[in-house]
Design a protein around this ligand. Sequence first.
Ligand SMILES: Nc1nc2c(ncn2[C@@H]2O[C@H](COP(=O)(O)OP(=O)(O)O)[C@@H](O)[C@H]2O)c(=O)[nH]1
Ligand SMILES: [Mg+2]
Length: 237
Amino acid sequence: MDLSVVIPVRNEAANIAPLVDEIRAALDGRLDYEIVYVDDGSSDGTVAEIERLQRGLPTLRLVRHRARAGQSAAVRSGVRAASAPWIATLDGDGQNDPADIPRLWAMARAAVDARHVLIAGRRAKRRDSAMKRCSSRIANGVRRRMLGDDTPDTGCGLKLFARTLYLDLPFFDHQHRFLPALVIREGGRVVSVPVNHRPRQRGTSNYGTLDRLWVGIVDLVGVMWLKRRAGRAVLRD
Ligand SMILES: Nc1nc2c(ncn2[C@@H]2O[C@H](COP(=O)(O)OP(=O)(O)O)[C@@H](O)[C@H]2O)c(=O)[nH]1
Ligand SMILES: [Mg+2]
């Protein structure tokens, strides 16, 4: 198997079937892949919908958390459960376009140090509310300056990386918003790629704006500390 597409979901019942169709349209016949949904205590029938689709699609997998642990914990559980050495993450609400995955895959395959590279989607034309776009632009600017991660958009859910690279990273809640800085801290590098972005068609966002602001500041200080205390060892050949 080449690739595991890991999708964290919370209350995305109406988005499961359309997204699975799009992933199949983008990857069938091109890659040997599986889809790994990670559900976090959804209450809207998300699990039943995935189980319904599993009957016709053995490469569709479901990992479940007993209680809500958050988007980052869901990504982590999905990567841990993944069968393939390469991972593509995708939001489950249809805002990320699976048609972009083959291009990220080709870039990873072309990189000499591919196992140490994070291919990060950059939402070229962001399709969110003005409030979200504005707060995200400010957050990206501050984070980029404070962490020097040279990544214009770390919040895009579409990313591709080696499973081993991700599992080496320190974990904390909301880690998924700091993957570029954490990969660079491990001696890796980040390639930002312009990708499509679409408005959410169904369901509602799991996030407000201010709830991410406060925890974002605390985490930023935390990652600055992690970076300062990296003490990374480079093995002698
Ligand atoms: N498992 C899990 N997934 C989550 C959680 N919060 C958000 N997600 C998923 O993460 C993706 C992005 O979240 P979304 O609500 O669209 O955030 P937004 O795009 O920033 O408004 C979607 O697939 C959500 O279902 C959570 O607490 N647990
Ligand atoms: Mg969304």
